[in-house]
Design a protein around this ligand. Structure first.
Ligand code: NDP
Length: 253
């Protein structure tokens, strides 16, 4: 039995930001396994080359900092010239800074806002300029369970992810009429470098398992199914939506 043709994305070209490790790498692998030409992005040339070597198929790299407007413009232009028109953009690059809000510095506030929110605006605007001209494109913004709920010590992160949810809806409003679908994928607690301090904290880790109806931490590959749906023609009439992939956590008290 073969997959339904609506989900066939073979031959498409996809850029995944922050894909040298963690969730971005798993999403890039999923797209490569589905037959896409994948462009990996990050700031570390060596790490990207290693990641590219582990993935199947046609995998390229584009080294640029997603918070740097001119570097983003040059990076997207160069990627399209070298690899071809981008059909799919995954805005995944992000970071976490955990600290009580009263102690949070101006510098860290701007850093997390630039990395998690401004980056999606910069890369999204650059890619969408080209997608809207061509009349089609898929943009998936990696939001978070913290686009909806928060806990002490991560208010700035939650503000960036809540902002990214609304940016997703705004992108849908502006670019939907030109054939571009923009949706958010909201991971729950997923084991990566970003969450290592939480995974290794026995008490916190047990709380995550108790609090999640699925009874476990998520793995980066848990996010691939949702991404493939949002990247394919199966979601052509789905726009400005959030898909939470969190083992049920956001639905249950
Ligand atoms: P990791 O810390 O493992 O990876 C983050 C990635 O982002 C790295 O590849 C890093 O690459 C890249 N990155 C960071 N800053 C920049 C930048 N300025 N320019 C280009 N690339 C950058 O995090 P995760 O894989 O856990 O998270 C990925 C996304 O998923 C983030 O947006 C995160 O907020 C979100 N998320 C994660 C959850 C989790 O539980 N792990 C839950 C909900 C959402 P490099 O440093 O090499 O440049």
């Amino acid at each position: 039995m073969t997959a339904h043709p609506l989900f066939d994305i073979s031959g498409r070209t996809a850029l995944v930001t922050g894909s040298g490790r963690g969730i971005g790498l798993a999403l890039a692998r999923g797209l490569a396994e589905a037959g896409c030409t994948v462009v990996l992005n990050g700031r570390d040339t060596g790490r990207l080359a290693e990641a590219a070597a582990e993935l199947p198929g046609d995998v390229r790299t584009a080294v640029f900092d997603v918070t740097d407007g001119p570097a983003v413009a040059a990076g997207i232009a160069e990627a399209e010239e070298r690899v071809g028109p981008l059909d799919i953009l995954v805005n995944n690059a992000g970071m976490q800074l955990r600290a009580p809000l009263l102690e949070f510095t101006d510098r860290d506030w701007h850093r997390i806002l630039d990395t998690n929110l401004t980056s999606a605006f910069l890369v999204g605007r650059e890619a969408a300029g080209r997608m809207t001209e061509r009349g089609h494109g898929k943009i998936i913004n990696i939001c978070s369970l913290q686009s909806e709920v928060v806990r002490p010590g991560i208010a700035p992160y939650a503000a960036t992810k809540g902002g990214l949810k609304m940016l997703t809806k705004g992108m849908c409003a502006d670019w939907g009429p030109y054939g571009v679908q923009v949706n958010g994928l909201g991971p729950g607690y997923i084991e990566t470098e970003l969450t290592r301090p939480l995974v290794t904290d026995g008490e916190f880790s047990a709380w995550v398992r108790r609090r999640t109806p699925a009874g476990r931490w998520g793995l980066p590959r848990d996010l691939v199914g949702g991404l493939l749906f949002l990247a394919s023609a199966a979601s052509d009439f789905v726009n400005g939506q959030m898909l939470y992939v969190d083992g049920g956590m956001t639905s249950v008290l």
